[in-house]
Design a protein around this ligand. Structure first.
Ligand SMILES: CC(C)(COP(=O)(O)OP(=O)(O)OC[C@H]1O[C@@H](n2cnc3c(N)ncnc32)[C@H](O)[C@@H]1OP(=O)(O)O)[C@@H](O)C(=O)NCCC(=O)NCCS
Length: 209
């Protein structure tokens, strides 16, 4: 008996795309290809670029994931895929530790070394990047990105499209509203109610000079 090949189309042939391609292989996909709108995009991490986002309907039998860092772009493309009734999947690295009752939405990538503790809800189209940790009862809303090595303590809420920078720490019970960027290494100790960029220890709104 032959088993059908599993094929996934990744939108975005970037560095992040390459990590998602490896993640797809580790999730058992035999055939991994990219679509990218950059006419100069070439093979990425050994995986072919086979077209642009205009070509999605050619791959209707495949699974899809969007691997683009910019949250609004990721959101727009994932919404287009779902509106076209295409199958958007989540990918969880076999070396991530994810509690049994954790809910992970479609289009979300959970990278190697991540720990997600019980009663966490991760929305659609999120990135939980390498070695990040998300503790009990957190809510990570749609299209948020928890960067490499960032730490969310218990009962944190990270709003839609929020970007928690590399190595940032969010203290327990903190709420971060939608469309916030938390800079690399910041420590958030108070709720953030206003979209913007926050940096430092403790984190404060960044005012550009
Ligand atoms: C916060 C951030 C978005 C700001 O980017 P930016 O708007 O391009 O800011 P700039 O580089 O122009 O820096 C502006 C000022 O803020 C300071 N600054 C920038 N990022 C900072 C940070 N994370 N913490 C403290 N200060 C920071 C700069 O030193 C600079 O200060 P100066 O005006 O005194 O020289 C960015 O620096 C950052 O931290 N990005 C996160 C990257 C990341 O996590 N990548 C991982 C992907 S997995």
């Amino acid at each position: 008996m032959t088993t059908a090949k599993r094929k996934i189309v990744i939108i975005g042939a970037s560095g992040h795309g390459k990590v998602v391609a490896d993640l797809a292989k580790k999730n058992g996909y035999d055939d991994v290809v990219f679509l990218d709108d950059n006419p100069n995009a070439g093979a990425n991490g050994g995986f072919r670029v086979v077209g642009t986002t205009r070509d999605v309907s050619r791959f209707a039998e495949c699974d899809f994931i969007v691997a683009i860092g910019a949250a609004r772009v990721r959101e727009r493309l994932q919404t287009r895929l779902l509106d076209a009734n295409l199958r958007v999947v989540s990918l969880i690295h076999p070396n991530a530790v994810v509690a049994d009752d954790c809910v992970v939405g479609p289009g979300t990538a959970v990278m190697a070394g991540v720990v997600i503790n019980p009663s966490v809800r991760i929305g659609a189209g999120c990135i939980v990047n390498t070695a990040a940790s998300v503790d009990h009862d957190c809510v990570v809303e749609d299209f948020a990105h928890i960067s490499v090595g960032a730490r969310l303590a218990g009962t944190v809420s990270a709003g839609a499209r929020s970007w928690i920078g590399i190595g940032a720490t969010i203290s327990n019970n903190i709420k971060i509203c939608a469309d916030c960027t938390i800079g690399a290494g910041a420590v958030v100790v108070k709720d953030i109610d206003e979209p913007g960029v926050y940096v430092g220890v403790p984190a404060r709104k960044m005012v550009k000079r």
